[in-house]
Design a protein around this ligand. Sequence first.
Ligand SMILES: [Zn+2]
Ligand SMILES: [Zn+2]
Length: 258
Amino acid sequence: MTQINIEVNSEANTRRISMVESCFGTSGQPLGVPGRVLVGEGVLTKMCRKKRKARQFFLFNDILVYGNIVINKKKYNKQHIIPLEEVKLQNLDDDAQSCNGWLIKTASKSFAVFAATNIEKKEWMAHITKCIEDLLRKSGKKAVEEHAAVWVPDGDASTCMHCRKTQFTFVNRRHHCRKCGAVVCGPCSSKRYLLPSQSSKPLRVCLHCYEELTSAQKQTANDHNIRNNADTSGEEDTDDEDEANKTVESHDLPKFYE
Ligand SMILES: [Zn+2]
Ligand SMILES: [Zn+2]
């Protein structure tokens, strides 16, 4: 590549990044950092707690950014930034309900995304994987081994996955175990446990995981992490759900610049 090309490309790159910034407006972080390159962008559907939702994704050479689509290609909000150094991808096989999906796993949060076609899935996965590999090679760091559980969607469990008795209703609410991602009832998730990669506060875990975690803890004779708060911390199961959700009418192909 000639010097001129590099300059032209970097100018185009700067323009693209400030475009992304302006689409998020005040709801987003400044994204223009020296050395940062926008590698690609496009719409993926993300498995949220209740259903799948269209989200706009931006792949940079060091971070993955996504947000809710307020106006297609013009306005996004609810910005999430994931450092790629922490990311691990895992393929999902197609089944009757879902095709072209894979998992994006990080220490603090893991979720499934789906592309419109298999070709797009391959493109996204290849580009993300290359960015991660390049980053780790440059920094000399090792890939993160521990990842947050992928939450089982609410609709996949009408009864508690631990006791298999409690039927979920308005009163018997669904809760998610932060260790395994299972949907469980209140009594089956009354324990809290410190999972430092996800939060500085002890988090809701199911009784099964609590037993596993505490027995593992006893074995290592390192019990200062144990928290046994049977009371509720007032913590609510939250997700980045947003009722005001624009569906994307036409299918735009993802764009990759690199
Ligand atoms: Zn239960
Ligand atoms: Zn669990």
